[in-house]
Design a protein around this ligand. Structure first.
Ligand SMILES: *[C@@H]1O[C@H](CO)[C@@H](O)[C@H](O)[C@H]1NC(C)=O
Ligand SMILES: *[C@@H]1O[C@H](CO)[C@@H](O)[C@H](O)[C@H]1NC(C)=O
Ligand SMILES: *[C@@H]1O[C@H](CO)[C@@H](O)[C@H](O)[C@H]1NC(C)=O
Ligand SMILES: *[C@@H]1O[C@H](CO)[C@@H](O)[C@H](O)[C@H]1NC(C)=O
Ligand SMILES: *[C@@H]1O[C@H](CO)[C@@H](O)[C@H](O)[C@H]1NC(C)=O
Ligand SMILES: *[C@@H]1O[C@H](CO)[C@@H](O)[C@H](O)[C@H]1NC(C)=O
Ligand SMILES: *[C@@H]1O[C@H](CO)[C@@H](O)[C@H](O)[C@H]1NC(C)=O
Ligand SMILES: *[C@@H]1O[C@H](CO)[C@@H](O)[C@H](O)[C@H]1NC(C)=O
Ligand SMILES: *[C@@H]1O[C@H](CO)[C@@H](O)[C@H](O)[C@H]1NC(C)=O
Length: 545
């Protein structure tokens, strides 16, 4: 019981599928008007299926019997074609072409109507308005051509093409028959008219005559002289990695009337032909964007995978007489990495140099001065290298220290060892001179101002122990831009009570703190302290004594 039921169920489920698979979709009717007594052929094409393995069968009007495939019969099927050799009045009707493959089926209806074509010399010397009368255009003043459209399967051999114009065979030199084409030189207005092309058709040893009438119009090309313009490429190179995919557009502007061929070529061969086996490099379909004055066409070229052999070749986009190419280039190695590396290295070197310079700045400058010492006095109108300004503290020990420093140690090191000349107030002024004028006159003759400060001098001492004049003078000097060397005899924690100018110098240039003892004998110009001082002093002009 169960098995037949299952079988039945299976069949009833499978049946609709099976039926649907063979059901044919009808396409719209195509109308063809055919001249009797002439061979006629119709190719059954249905774009979505033609690329696949299909079975094409032709059926006569209201018949379930396929058209014969016997090449000897007057009407037969030749591959996808139905062939009438020739057509008769009785053949009119709606023919069906069934295109089948495993999954689908299409039925195309072709309505064939017979008529008699009146040709020159017959009773009616007027060609009727026919659908097989192709309208073609010749362009005024140019060399142009007409095409004889004779569509027959490969089994038909067409030859002995003759061209007629207004019933007369064309024999002029200006016309030239090449294959199915009639070339016309220097088209003139008189070339307008009724043309016909005639050919001999040989099939299976029998000869027939085919005739095709063409109505020809002559048009002036408004922008005919304009040559198509390729806006891109511009004979440029393109950097592309090996093995990558590349798509390049060829952009062309051309007048509408120009029917120029637009394509990509390599080695003067169409790329599609050149790479017809690998299809690695292909031309895309042409797209067209119409503008008021011109059309813009784009045809791209696709490199599925760039190979070594592609580099350096010219891939040329052609549009009529215009051409422009691209050349592929291997990308240059990224130079930025090197640049950044170099920059970092240089920066590192510069920073190191700066560090070294900062650490050894004083030694370098002093060494430089001693090595490239210029002899002879500088002509700057100055008499002294430095003016020494110092406080007179109250407390005994500090006062001693200051005096020791100013009157003994400074002269010992800077004057005796280094060869500077100092003006020390309290040592160098002439007796009886007014303090103010001493300072005023002599300070102008000095290249530097050395100011000695001690902690006590800050809170009460400096102002008290330095005269009013001194303060004004050094203020003026600071304003004049004289270099000031501030020497702290002891660490000074609090500058708040100092005059503004001292604070300013301290903040801007810092101070040199005294290190060492206050004995005249042990002083050497080569200690750190004295090097700092010497560094701020002007270069010596004469060898130290
Ligand atoms: C005729 O149609 C077939 C497909 O049915 C196609 O492959 C062939 O190129 C066509 N021939 C012509 C001359 O158009
Ligand atoms: C086409 O038809 C023939 C015979 O009519 C048949 O042998 C063949 O299998 C068919 N092929 C396809 C793909 O349907
Ligand atoms: C076939 O074509 C003729 C002439 O063009 C027309 O009169 C007729 O109606 C057409 N038949 C169909 C079914 O379209
Ligand atoms: C000829 O055909 C064209 C269209 O193809 C039509 O406009 C014209 O009216 C027809 N002329 C005659 C006389 O039928
Ligand atoms: C083309 O024909 C015209 C006359 O129709 C003539 O004036 C002209 O010189 C010819 N041009 C050429 C290139 O033969
Ligand atoms: C080419 O034209 C297209 C539009 O048709 C545009 O998108 C593209 O950017 C153009 N390419 C170049 C390189 O100018
Ligand atoms: C380019 O074409 C020429 C002939 O036109 C041929 O001799 C040559 O070998 C071709 N070059 C390449 C790389 O195919
Ligand atoms: C290249 O052309 C093809 C075919 O016309 C198209 O499908 C594709 O989109 C185009 N590619 C680009 C990047 O424009
Ligand atoms: C680009 O090269 C072609 C030859 O391949 C040449 O005819 C054209 O004038 C060149 N175009 C430019 C802009 O250099």
């Amino acid at each position: 019981m169960g098995v037949p039921c299952l079988l039945f169920c299976g069949v009833s489920l499978a049946l609709p599928l099976f039926v649907r698979a063979v059901e044919c979709k009808d396409s719209s009717v195509k109308n063809e008007i055919i001249s009797v007594d002439h061979p006629f052929a119709f190719n059954c094409t249905y774009p979505p299926l033609t690329s696949e393995q299909v079975n094409i069968t032709w059926y006569k009007p209201s018949s379930k019997i396929p058209v014969s495939r016997n090449t000897q019969s007057r009407i037969h099927q030749d591959e996808s074609w139905i062939l009438f050799l020739p057509m008769t009045w009785a053949d009119a009707g709606i023919y069906q072409c069934v295109i089948k493959n495993i999954n689908s089926c299409h039925r195309i209806h072709v309505n064939l109507t017979a008529f008699r074509k009146y040709w020159c010399g017959t009773s009616r010397n007027v060609l009727p308005n026919l659908s097989d009368e192709y309208l073609q255009t010749l362009h005024f003043g140019k060399d142009d051509s007409l095409m004889c459209h004779l569509n027959f399967p490969k089994s038909c051999v067409l030859d002995l093409i003759k061209w007629y114009k207004d019933c007369k065979e064309i024999k002029e030199e200006r016309f030239n028959t090449v294959g199915m084409k009639l070339f016309v030189k220097n088209v003139s207005a008189e070339d307008r008219g009724k043309y016909a092309c005639q050919a001999r058709l040989t099939h299976g040893g029998k000869e027939h005559t085919v005739l095709n009438s063409i109505s020809v119009d002559v048009k002036k090309i408004e922008y005919g002289d304009r040559i198509p313009k390729i806006t891109y490429p511009r004979n440029n190179s393109i950097e592309v990695e090996l093995g990558s995919t590349l798509i390049v557009d060829c952009n062309i502007t051309d007048v509408r009337e120009n029917t120029n061929l637009r394509c990509w070529k390599v080695n003067n061969t169409l790329v599609d032909l050149y790479y017809r086996e690998s299809k690695r490099i292909r031309e895309g379909y042409e797209s067209c964007v119409p503008f008021e004055q011109y059309n813009r066409y784009t045809v791209n070229i696709t490199f599925l995978q760039v190979k070594m052999e592609d580099y350096g070749r010219h891939f040329v986009c052609h549009a009529g007489v215009s051409a422009a190419y691209i050349v592929l280039k291997l990308p240059v190695p990224d130079s930025r990495a090197y640049l950044i590396g170099g920059f970092i290295a240089l920066t590192g070197v510069a920073v190191s140099v700066m560090c070294i310079y900062n650490v050894f700045k004083i030694d370098i400058v002093l060494w430089y001065r001693s090595t490239f010492r210029s002899t002879g006095a500088i002509d700057d109108g100055k008499l002294y290298d430095a003016y020494v300004l110092y406080p007179k503290p109250q407390s005994g020990s500090q006062r001693q220290e200051v005096d020791m420093m100013v009157l003994k140690i400074l002269p010992e090191v800077l004057e005796r060892q280094c060869g500077y000349k100092l003006f020390i107030f309290g040592r160098d002024e002439l007796p009886g001179q007014a303090v103010a004028s001493v300072i005023d006159e002599n300070i102008k003759l000095c290249r530097r101002l050395i100011i000695i400060i001690v902690p006590e001098s800050l809170s009460f001492g400096l102002l008290k122990n330095m005269s009013e004049e001194q303060i004004t003078v050094y203020n003026a000097l600071i304003q004049d831009g004289m270099k000031v060397i501030l020497i702290e005899l002891e660490k000074i924690k609090d500058y708040t009570d100092m005059p503004e100018s001292i604070k300013y110098i301290r903040q801007k240039h810092g101070a040199i703190r005294w290190s060492g003892d206050f004995t005249e004998e042990s002083q050497s110009a080569k200690t750190k302290f004295w090097k700092k001082v010497r560094f701020h002093m002007p270069p010596t002009r004469y060898p130290p004594s």
